[in-house]
Write a protein that binds this ligand. Structure first.
Ligand SMILES: O=C(O)CCC(=O)C(=O)O
Length: 318
């Protein structure tokens, strides 16, 4: 468990960094290895002539991103797309190593400190591979860039449906390689969670908090593999552009107390930890993958689930 100092810090600042709580060798390396296999599979399919399997896993993923102009990203993400049509074969990555990361004991211990012992894995979750900005072509779809480029200022509560406004959501952000100021680490406005939910734009040209509402003190959060950043759902945060010549690789996951709305009711949730009813925990990675596949079947070919929290024609965002 994290110390009560960290609880106080979270209440005051809206975020904490739990340093060195995940063992890079036993917890992160299996995820890296799993993605190396994903990259090899995608490489053979998408860019058989150029793909270089002798590169490191992150370089292989960057090569895929570069040569496919980001089109292969959906096959590496751990969710269905929010802004693309869902098809019966929309790809996702739902491997056992990712599932074990979602259920990692040390991670859940940290989460338990903030939201209690009945923990739901909330389906608002992404893997992000962020290529050097200089290698990103204009052929990338804008909404792929919101996940793989610089992220604009937002509060996480703004990207879930209103039924989750009272949900005790906690966001968990963890790097698989060094996240630095140069390669695009997270940026927060400490204390900004105390302002409540602020206005967001969601227009075709701009998504996020308008500049004039963002506080003055913007603090970058460089972190290392093994560290975990926990964010209050109302803290204003963004990420810097990747100005390095390497990649930035991370996961952002969300947890909320069992029984509270997730804010993405059309996607599957599962009990990651229950001290009261351990028999309700999902322990089988295949069942987790099946739950996403059945969501995909249910959603494929249908109008996209409505997410109309912010007016796309909002004059304040023009
Ligand atoms: O990883 C990033 O660049 C941004 C992540 C983020 O904004 C989030 O997890 O809400």
């Amino acid at each position: 468990m994290l110390s009560s100092n960290l609880l106080d810090e979270f209440a005051d600042q809206g975020y904490v960094i739990a340093r060195n709580i995940l063992d890079p060798d036993t917890v992160l390396q299996p995820v890296i290895d799993e993605y190396a296999s994903v990259a090899d599979r995608l490489g053979k399919r998408w860019i058989p002539d150029e793909y270089d399997p002798s590169e490191s896993p992150i370089e292989r993923m960057l090569q895929l991103m570069r040569e496919t102009h980001g089109a292969c990203f959906q096959a590496m993400d751990i969710t269905l797309p929010l802004e693309d049509d869902i098809l019966p074969d929309t790809p996702m990555h739902l491997g056992p190593a990712v599932f074990h990361l979602l259920r990692n004991e040390a991670l859940l211990d940290a989460v338990e400190t903030f939201i209690g012992p009945e923990i739901l894995s909330n389906p608002v979750q992404h893997m992000r591979i962020k290529p050097p900005q200089s290698s990103i072509s204009a052929k990338n779809k804008p909404h792929t860039l919101t996940l793989t480029g610089k992220t604009s200022w937002h509060q996480d509560l703004a990207v879930v449906t209103e039924d989750a406004d009272q949900t005790n959501l906690v966001s968990v952000w963890l790097p698989l390689n060094e996240a630095t100021v140069e390669n695009g680490c997270l940026l927060v406005v400490p204390g900004s969670h105390k302002l409540g939910l602020v206005h967001h734009c969601d227009t075709p040209t701009f998504q996020g908090i308008p500049e004039h509402l963002i506080g003055e003190s913007k603090v970058p959060l460089p972190v290392s593999p093994g560290d975990v950043i926990l964010l209050h759902p109302l803290i204003m945060h963004a990420s810097l552009p990747n100005l390095s010549d390497g990649g930035r690789w991370s996961f952002d996951l969300r947890y909320s107390p069992a029984g509270q709305p997730t804010g993405r009711r059309w996607y599957p949730e599962f009990i990651a930890r229950s001290r009261a009813h351990p028999e309700t925990e999902l322990t089988d990675p295949e069942q987790w993958a099946d739950s996403w596949q059945s969501a995909r079947r249910a959603l494929a070919g249908k109008p996209r689930p409505a997410f109309a929290r912010w007016d796309p024609a909002d004059p304040l965002c023009a």
